[in-house]
Design a protein around this ligand. Structure first.
Ligand SMILES: [Zn+2]
Length: 71
C-alpha cells in the first residue's frame, strides 16, 4: 500500500485570481495540503483535503475553495 502521492508538480504551482482579502488580482502560490477529519470538514463546509494558497500581495492563506471562487 503506497500512501505517498505524487505532489512534485504542485510544489511550485501558482494560480492567478482575485484575492478576497485585499481585493486585488494576484498570484497565489500553492503552499500545501490540509487534512480535516470528515466531521470537521462537513461542519466547515470543506472537503477532507484542502489545498492552501498564499496571496502574493497580502500573504493571506486561502483555502482552495476561496481561491477558486475568486478566480
Ligand atoms: Zn491578498
Amino acid at each position: 500500500m503506497n500512501k505517498r502521492r505524487q505532489t512534485t508538480d504542485l510544489e511550485c504551482l501558482t494560480r492567478v485570481g482575485r484575492c478576497p482579502t485585499c481585493a486585488q488580482v494576484v498570484r497565489f502560490t500553492f503552499v500545501g495540503e490540509q487534512h480535516w477529519p470528515p466531521q470537521v470538514a462537513k461542519a466547515a463546509g470543506l472537503g477532507p483535503l484542502v489545498h492552501l494558497w498564499v496571496c502574493s500581495n497580502c500573504q493571506t492563506t486561502l483555502t482552495e475553495t476561496a481561491a477558486e471562487q475568486s478566480a
